[in-house]
Design a protein. Structure first.
Length: 144
């Protein structure tokens, strides 16, 4: 996710959204799983750990279920990094909201920069509260 575009989005109106939560991957924090939590106009994000792709396999869980879960989300180029945000609300325009979230993703040109180029992507997302404003209240949408 592009940090400056995501930062801008979380300071815009999210009509009809009551709650959103999940985790995401910022291009500028390659190894870090960022946790997202929003209820009404209050939201926060913070580091939640490391992606399995950045943990030596010798330190991975050994049980079959956990390994299958890691494998289900694995991509050869980026490992298990992904965007996974669940949104709950009422009378929200899911198509518009999904498009706004998708616009925060890296473009093909930005992805082509690769891991070495991503720290140069402009912007940051400080770990502080944001300014989402909401109206309305229970559809669900998962982005990512």
């Amino acid at each position: 996710m592009h940090p400056a575009r995501f930062w801008a989005l979380i300071h815009e109106d999210w009509p009809g959204v009551f709650r959103s939560k999940g985790f995401f991957w910022l291009a500028t924090k390659h190894a870090v799983v960022e946790e997202w939590s929003q209820a009404g106009g209050a939201c926060n994000h913070q580091p939640a750990g490391l992606w399995w792709a950045d943990i030596p396999p010798a330190e991975w869980p050994t049980d079959t279920e956990a390994l299958e879960d890691i494998g289900r989300h694995w991509h050869d180029d980026i490992g298990d990094r992904r965007q996974e945000i669940v949104i709950i609300g009422r009378e929200m325009d899911e198509t518009v909201l999904a498009a706004r979230l998708d616009a925060c993703l890296l473009t093909d040109d930005e992805m082509a920069l690769g891991r070495e180029g991503w720290p140069g992507v402009p912007g940051s997302v400080p770990g502080v509260a944001c300014g989402i404003r909401h109206r309305g209240s229970a559809g669900r949408r998962r982005a990512g």
